[in-house]
Write a protein of this length. Structure first.
Lengths: 370, 370
């Protein structure tokens, strides 16, 4: 194996694989990237077993071949090489020689055959979605995916076809205290697996691959895995084998009070007042009345914070407690200038949405005030 | 106490005190900043006992007075306030009210009398030094001050008047494996204390205060403390009560070999090759010969790195080992395009300096190669 690649292209390629490989795996091969040099260019493959990245990159391949090499070591080198053409060559004893200007490195490689094989996936049913829409849907649901809950179903975003409506896909996530719901149009066919739960790390990785990309993305769902594809990149994802809760029970069916607020203003006030919301639940007191909204928080031994802002309330005044971070997470992923909160009683869930955008909605459970 | 100050001025003032206050002190008053409002402006005082910062800032003082308040809490608030005028007022029960636009905070304060008193210092003998020179001298010595050595004398930079030469001050630091030596001209009088050892944290803080400042700085050395002063800021520093070693023994008196290198080139090559110098001593093999310098390193289980660069050697070829970081630290604080290494035998100390600048020199002990 031997190929030439510019330092910058090599860096771009290795940056892509860094998110996938396990940094401190006890199985060294899982910390490595498989490099496949073919006449048309190089393919880099990295896997953490749950997810496999396959990326094609331009390179001047002199001798086709393949080898695996520690991804972190290779990346560390690539980052500091002079801005020149890099020669990568498989030498004796699986030693990978990397040369650039007056620099040369020899990396210990692994036989390509040791690298885990990516299971094949039925790609007969593929959906196509605009990258801006998929970005939005992931941004609007990823933050509420539980990080490591032992209710395994909460560790992913649930994907579903919307019953009765053609060609709309919905992502739903919840960590038990809040719920996110976001949908987007697609073309093609949503090949429903048994349980379409995309794990947190897979969502983050897809989101990363969509950064700065404006074309269409493809997803093919199989029984236990899905394949995400943008030009030059494939991501093979194992789906979560768990049950997502019946989220429809949580959605409020009506409301007693409705408040319209300016999103930026609420965001800034809430950020400030929540500096003193340092209890576990980041509790902030929301007092809605005809005069507007007063936010207050208290940090023991430190002091109090207070913010006043205009709010357009329909219904009786009410005082409720909310986790400031949950509110801020939602405000950060809405796109319009206004936000609507639909409220019941003091301990009823609060529904948040953009009054001019039907594509997403958010439910936040209140916290009990002392 | 009551004063008005712009959000930005308040932030600037509080940024200054953050480096001094102890973040997690068991004595709450040491985590606080003392605010003294006087008709001419406000003074902020912060201390960690070893060091006291006194800074004067412009403010519109309505009611003079003083109070201490938790510095981290106050800073956290100041950072997020809207860009407007902030009113700071001492209310009942030592509550400090901070108002800005629609935001208001109440911080629990401490009585000013609880704040530790800064001991007075004899300021009759003061030396004046150009800030660019003092910055250079600190940059060229601080990195070799031992972080926390139980040989206490190594935990500071030794300051001395140069015998036989008027108005040159020299800073010397060592951690036992390397030595830095840097001198600068001054005006005024160097009021020699018994032992002039400036602690590491004091040096960092002085360096921070010199950032972006181009005027002259003043230092008054007393018996056990020193006072550093730039316009609007005083820093009271307790000197280290320990003995600095007799560093002159370490300075090589002659050399057998002399090598001239391009500083940038050596820096870049060394950075690259040292990626694989991951043993405790960051060992890199330096092979000097008539053909130039070859740098090599080996990381167990990962691979080898190699760099070639031109070097102008006078004397016999030699191969030595050095800690790459020690070399890089020195290369980073030299200012000219070239660097000279004066070498003895394989295990003799190496003297590094700029061939065109007599103001500083550096000694690095080699490491034993396997």
């Amino acid at each position: 194996m031997e190929f030439l690649i510019t330092r910058d292209d090599l860096n771009r390629a290795l940056t892509r694989v860094q998110g996938i490989v396990e940094k401190r795996s006890t199985t060294p091969i899982l910390s490595s990237v498989l490099i496949q040099a073919r006449p048309e260019g190089i393919r880099m493959v990295a896997t953490d077993k749950a997810m496999t990245f396959l990326g094609d990159f331009a390179a001047n391949v002199r001798v086709p071949g393949e080898v695996a090499v520690d991804a972190a070591n290779f990346f560390q080198i690539a980052k500091v090489l002079p801005p020149d053409v890099v020669t990568v060559k498989l030498g004796d004893n699986l030693r990978v020689e990397v040369k650039c200007g007056s620099s040369s490195f020899k990396l210990n490689g692994f036989a390509a055959a040791e690298f885990p094989v990516t299971p094949p996936l039925d790609q007969s049913r593929v959906l196509t979605i605009a990258s801006a829409e998929l970005r939005r849907v992931i941004d609007q649901t990823l933050f509420a995916v539980a990080p490591e809950d032992n209710r395994y179903g909460l560790n992913g975003a649930h994907v579903e076809d919307i019953p009765g409506e053609d060609h709309l896909v919905r992502f739903v996530s919840t960590d038990g205290n809040r719920l996110c719901w976001s949908q987007a149009p697609y073309q093609g066919e949503l090949g429903i697996g048994r349980k379409m739960l995309l794990p947190r790390k897979a969502l983050s990785e897809i989101r990363r691959l969509l950064d700065g990309y404006e074309g269409a993305a493809e997803i093919a769902f199989g029984e236990r895995a899905a394949l995400f594809r943008v030009p030059g990149v494939m991501l093979h994802l194992r789906l979560l084998e768990a049950d997502f809760p019946d989220y429809r029970q949580v959605l409020p069916s009506g409301f007693k009070r409705r408040v319209v607020l300016e999103r930026d203003q609420l965001q800034e006030s809430l950020r400030r007042v929540s500096i003193f919301a340092t209890d576990g639940a980041h509790s902030v007191r929301f007092a809605f009345s005809g005069d507007g909204l007063v936010l207050t928080a208290r940090k023991l031994d430190a002091g109090d914070s207070r913010e006043e802002l205009p709010a357009d309330l329909t219904g009786e005044p009410i005082t409720m407690g909310f986790n400031a971070r949950f509110f801020l997470d939602v405000l950060g992923v809405l796109q319009g200038p206004r936000v609507v909160a639909e409220l019941g009683d003091t301990l009823s869930p609060c529904l948040l949405r953009d009054p001019d955008d039907e594509r997403s909605l958010f439910v936040i459970m209140p916290v009990r005030l002392d």
